[in-house]
Design a protein around this ligand. Structure first.
Ligand code: P6P
Length: 321
């Protein structure tokens, strides 16, 4: 089952969308394949960042199904010319974690898809929608080759709103093949994933939660710490193995570091679709209504029970205030 056939099958569930959705998704997949090959040619980081962004903008515009594009690489949103416009808005980080390229750490493309709100001239309000309105979200993880290494396995994880499916790139076919159907995240995990280097600036609930991970009070064994520093890699491991990924607010960055539209929302969408959850410290992440396209938010996402624990600590803190 290639991703192209999978998307067409999914498409049959929305006959009214005239195949537009699968055409759009296949252009996103095309962009990912291009970046896979560029990453494997060992292009240097700056070029790869710019190249990946150009590839995705071109692929999305040429699909003829988009009207607004928001990229981590561009300060302003791209409004597609009326003649080549479609009904979808795509928000994406073309190469998240790219500073890790030179040391061979996995990096990735993260994307989310909205439908324009209703038949009118598209405006930024069409992308400043809560994450729960997304029609689809996903990421493509590239194993970056640092010394011209052999072809790395590239994984594409996608949800169109009815579960999460994982596809691996078969280099001989040049196709993504379904290898992880119906991914479900374990209800509870043994791993926590956070940059402990920021501990001095954490707020009370995060500090207390991490302390409980390391020194459990109920006699259970301590969690393991795994932190790659590339969101796609840390989220992919969390999705498959379970556990919790945290990028909290801290005194230096009161809204955390990760961007709402093209990091927090797509990964939160996938986590919920896989049976996990995602929390901002104040609310369900997908309920957040962004006011700016590059807005940031703290994020706690992963296994349902693990996120429930940190939610309880933040809710208790709120009651005290
Ligand atoms: P820190 C990469 O730069 C990134 O945007 C995400 O991929 C990653 O999760 C995070 O930043 C890492 O940030 O502050 O821990 O280095």
């Amino acid at each position: 089952m290639t991703i192209t056939r999978f998307v067409l099958n999914e498409q049959s569930k929305y006959p009214e969308s005239l195949g537009d959705f699968s055409i759009l998704l296949n252009h996103i997949v095309l962009g990912c394949k291009f970046v896979c090959s560029a990453v494997n040619k060992g292009e240097e980081q700056k070029k790869l960042d710019v190249l990946s962004n150009e590839v995705f903008i071109k692929a999305l515009v040429s699909s003829g199904r988009t009207c607004i594009l928001v990229s981590e690489e561009d300060d302003e949103a791209t409004f597609v010319e009326p003649s080549g416009r479609g009904r979808y808005c795509v928000v994406f980080d073309p190469l998240d974690g790219s500073s890790n390229i030179d040391c061979g750490v996995s990096i990735g493309t993260i994307f989310g898809i909205y439908m324009v709100k209703d038949g009118h001239e598209p405006t930024l309000n069409d992308v400043l929608q809560p994450g729960k309105n997304m029609l689809a979200a996903g990421y493509c993880m590239y194993g970056s080759s640092c010394m011209g290494a052999m072809m790395m396995v590239h994984e594409l994880v996608l949800s169109t709103g009815s579960g999460v499916n994982g596809f691996s790139l078969d280099p001989s076919l040049g196709e993504f093949i379904l290898t992880h159907p119906e991914i479900k995240i374990p209800k509870k995990g043994k791993i926590y994933s956070v940059n402990e280097g920021n501990a001095i600036n954490w707020d009370g609930p995060t500090a207390k939660y991490v302390e409980k991970c390391k020194f459990p009070e109920d006699g259970s064994s301590a969690k393991s710490l795994r932190y790659v520093g590339s969101m796609v890699a840390d989220v992919h491991r969390t999705l498959l193995y379970g556990g919790i990924f945290l990028y909290p607010a801290d005194r230096k960055s009161p809204n955390g570091k990760l961007r709402v539209l093209y990091e927090v929302f797509p990964m939160s969408f996938l986590m919920e679709q896989a049976g996990g959850q995602a929390f901002t410290g104040k609310q369900r992440a997908l309920d957040l209504v962004p006011t700016k396209i590059h807005e940031r938010s703290p994020i706690f996402l992963g296994s349902y029970d693990d996120v429930e624990e940190i939610k309880a600590l933040y809710n208790a803190e709120e009651k005290k205030e």
